[in-house]
Design a protein around this ligand. Structure first.
Ligand code: NOJ
Ligand code: CA
Length: 806
């Protein structure tokens, strides 16, 4: 303290600067009221329901700080909290702890779709109220002179981790309805003292996560525009040296912000074998949080995505920040089983969810990704002006994938194989100059190309029991998309589309915004909310990484927001063993698995070999959770391997139970799942409710669970009994592995038929002279809950097993 006062006495004599005087009087004030005595106060504490995790919170020298222990050992060292703000003193000093309230919560809720039918939300909570007293801080408009500033921090401690968020109440006192002073005649204004913090702009969020050691981390570089990267596994101290290289093979555009910046969800492992994961939950009306590592001290600090003007959130009380989360588990499988992020989100906001259903789909898509076909209809126009360009007289380029005949071919195949839906990209005008042109009016989302008969194709699909999935690539022109959104969703309603795949490729328009700033996060949310009004399910690509909002808005059935199958040979082995720990913590991913022609060179001359095997692709349908699951390859490729394709047909996509049997990020995952009967045939039933929809469709997973023949009808289903069914999937990185799976989760005393899809002995997904990615064996066996299965996975391989009670 003394040195601070000396500093001021050094500055003050010559300049009677008001601000300095104010600071000086603030220090005297603090001394008088003993505010700095806070550092000697006992920290307030909170324990997790099982007593293993302990959170400590204290205000030291006016600065809020938290720390986290597990079983008495530190997990997060004392870490500062707060904000720097524009136009007023920061929320970073002069705080006093005014109040601490405790509560406990234990409820079980049922997600509309998910990895299990019921999720327990059990935590202990501590709400601390912090105040910057009147006169202790300054503001440009002097609003703090007569009012205190109040900020609360709500901590929730679960057995598997911590969530905390900042809350900014409208009033700084606790009076109000229900308090002793309250009477109905008391004017509201006399009961409440407004918080000095009402409208405020964030310059930086100061939240820290101080690590206890140089942990191993699985990270992608911090970036304000893309999340499409391979993961790098390294010690925290190596991030700086590897940061540049970590961009190799990644998405575009790159907007890094620090050579030690990384994205969340960040998975780490300590040398003691603890699994830590830092992420956020319920990011709404707020920028996305990245992490910037101080690699000398191993302290992460929040780095919020700035908006076009550089601010990191413009807030208006009452409001809250998103939850900051630290998941702590003693095993990798427990990390996969954690529902921390979903639990911290609000319950479902929709009253009627009957229109939401899981979807297994195919697409006129891989043709374009592989280079075989084009999204564009013509090569006539170097520049397209929607409304002016004359497509009716344009020369078709002969490679347009979304043409009537080709779409019908896919519909036929998808219908014959019991799929729910078909995505078609490149159906609408504008694809000739959609990419990287920074063009505002890039699509209208309404006008089909001349060779795409939208009404007729929908009718054709519905008559066969298939829904078409709409595609809205915004080309990152969010403002253009918002202009057309209402009409675009109305068009979907008119023709019976109930799901849309969105896209945000390229530089965001309005210019200057990044993909994860507050205004653009608000755009993604707006698209979800507006879609819900139209009973439309949304799967956005390149949108912000999810933070569990699908609990509140379950029409958000998918997202990409990470490197998916479209990166083909650029995807590193083991990538899919990391995503469930990181990207998938916030919600399902439309990873688009199911590639059977693994050598892209067979499709186009420049194609290369993907680091996968067919069985690795099958394993993904179980290890990766998504209620929206694609079979991404061409019909003609599946036609060559119909016996392996059977697993994709049989597998369900919504579950009442999931068991994470073995896992290690970057190495392998083995998962078992039990289908949820109530949603098994929901997509098919929905088609039957359409005017032109085929009634009584039975999806393939339904046929598998009820042991019905391929040509089964709804009548057969009515009279059939479900069998007990499990699916087990495994995936590995570049190392071959043998795993022993105990089937002790099966019903005792029951015999099951196991169908085992395994890599052949000489299979390999490593693109060298031994590449042999399509070699597999399929065996059937009778098993019980006493049986074990020995399963070998080839390099870059995997396995899949379906189990059905006899
Ligand atoms: C990128 C998406 O991830 C991909 O799936 C899509 O095909 C293209 N954008 C075009 O919209
Ligand atoms: Ca993408």
């Amino acid at each position: 303290m003394a040195s601070k006062i000396q500093n001021f006495s050094y500055l003050c004599p010559h300049h009677h600067n008001l601000i300095i005087m104010k600071k000086f009087s603030f220090i005297l004030f603090c001394l008088a009221f003993g505010l700095f005595m806070q550092s000697h106060a006992e920290p307030v504490k909170l324990q997790s329901p099982d007593g293993q995790l302990e959170l400590k919170f204290e205000v030291i020298g006016g600065i809020p700080q938290y720390s986290l222990d597990r079983a008495g050992k530190p997990v997060v060292l004392p870490s500062k909290m707060g904000f720097t703000l524009e136009w007023r003193d920061d929320l970073a000093h002069a705080f006093v702890l005014k109040d601490t309230k405790y509560s406990t919560f234990d409820e079980t809720w049922e997600p509309v779709w998910g990895e299990e039918a019921q999720i327990r939300n059990h935590y202990n909570e501590m709400l601390v109220t912090l105040e910057q007293p009147i006169g202790s801080v300054e503001s440009m408009d002097h609003s703090t002179e007569k009012k205190a500033t109040v900020m609360q921090i709500r901590f929730r401690l679960y057995d598997d981790g911590l969530g905390f968020r900042y809350e900014f109440p409208m009033f700084s006192d606790e009076l109000g309805v229900g308090s002793e002073e309250y009477s109905e005649k008391t004017p509201y204004s006399t009961l409440h003292t407004p918080n000095s913090l009402t409208y405020f702009w964030i310059k930086e969020e100061l939240t820290e996560f101080a690590m206890t050691g140089d942990h191993t981390a699985w990270w992608i570089p911090g970036d304000l525009d893309t999340q499409e990267f391979n993961f790098t596994q390294s010690r925290l101290s190596q991030i700086r040296d590897l940061w540049e290289a970590s961009h190799k093979d990644g998405g575009w555009p790159w907007t890094g912000f620090s050579p030690t910046g990384v994205q969340t969800a960040l998975q780490m492992k300590t040398d003691d074998g603890l699994y830590l994961n830092i992420h956020e939950a319920a990011t709404l009306d707020y920028p996305t949080m990245h992490l910037d590592l101080d690699d000398k001290n191993l302290v992460f600090r929040a780095f919020l995505s700035p908006d076009a003007t550089g601010y990191k959130g413009r807030l208006q009380a009452p409001c809250t920040s998103p939850w900051r989360t630290v998941m702590v588990t003693t095993s990798a499988t427990d990390a996969l089983a954690s529902r921390l992020i979903l639990n911290l989100n609000e319950p479902c906001a929709l009253e009627d969810v009957s229109w939401i259903h899981p979807v297994k789909y195919m697409g006129v898509w891989w043709e374009m990704i592989s280079g075989k076909s084009s999204w564009a209809y013509t090569n006539d126009f170097p520049s397209v002006k929607l409304g002016e360009t004359d497509y009716a007289h344009a020369t078709p380029n002969g490679t347009h994938g979304a043409n009537n005949a080709n779409v019908r071919r896919y519909i036929d195949f998808a219908a014959a194989n019991g799929f729910d839906a078909l995505l078609i990209e490149g159906w609408n005008i504008g694809w000739e100059d959609w990419y990287a042109k920074q063009k505002d009016f890039v699509f209208d989302f309404l006008t089909p190309y001349p060779d795409f008969d939208l009404p007729a194709l929908n009718k054709y699909a519905h008559e066969k029991g298939i829904r078409l999935i709409m595609h809205h690539e915004s080309s990152a022109s969010t403002q253009n998309y918002e202009r057309w959104m209402e009409q675009a969703y109305t068009l979907m309603n008119q023709y019976g589309y109930d799901a849309v795949k969105g896209g945000y490729v390229g530089t965001i328009i309005p210019f200057g915004e990044g993909h994860y700033s507050q205004p653009i996060n608000n755009h993604y949310h707006y698209a979800i909310v507006e879609a819900a009004k139209h009973h439309i399910m949304v799967n956005s690509h390149e949108a912000v990484r999810p933070t569990g909002l699908c609990r509140t808005w379950p029409n958000m059935i998918g997202n990409e927001s990470a490197m998916g199958t479209e990166f083909r040979e650029r995807i590193n082995p083991g990538h899919t063993t990391i995503l469930p720990f990181t990207r998938l913590q916030g919600g399902p991913m439309d990873y688009t698995p199911g590639i059977f022609e693994t050598d892209m060179g067979k499709i186009v001359p420049w194609g290369q070999k993907m680091k996968i095997t067919i069985c690795n692709q099958l394993g993904l349908y179980v290890t990766f959770y998504s209620p929206l699951q694609m079979a991404a390859d061409f019909p003609e490729h599946y036609a060559q391997f119909m016996d392996a394709f059977q697993f994709i047909k049989d597998v369900a996509v919504d579950w009442d139970k999931s068991l994470y049997l073995m896992a290690e990020p970057g190495d392998y995952i083995v998962t078992a799942r039990h289908p949820k009967l109530s949603t098994l045939n929901k997509a098919a039933e929905g088609v039957g409710t359409l005017r032109d929809g085929k009634k009584g469709v039975v999806s393939n997973a339904t046929k598998f669970v009820y042991a019905l023949p391929e040509d089964a009808t709804a009548e057969d289903l009515k009279n059939a009994q479900p069998h007990d069914v499990w699916y087990v999937g495994g995936i590995t990185d570049e190392n071959a592995r043998e795993v022993t799976v105990k089937l002790d989760f099966l019903k005792p005393g029951t015999k099951y038929e196991a169908t085992i899809y395994a890599d052949a002995k000489d299979a390999s997904g490593i693109p060298d002279e031994h590449y042999n990615a399509q070699a597999y064996t399929i065996t059937k066996k009778t098993v019980t809950n006493k049986s074990t299965l020995k399963l070998r996975m080839a390099p870059c391989g995997g396995f899949a097993v379906s189990l059905r009670s006899k």
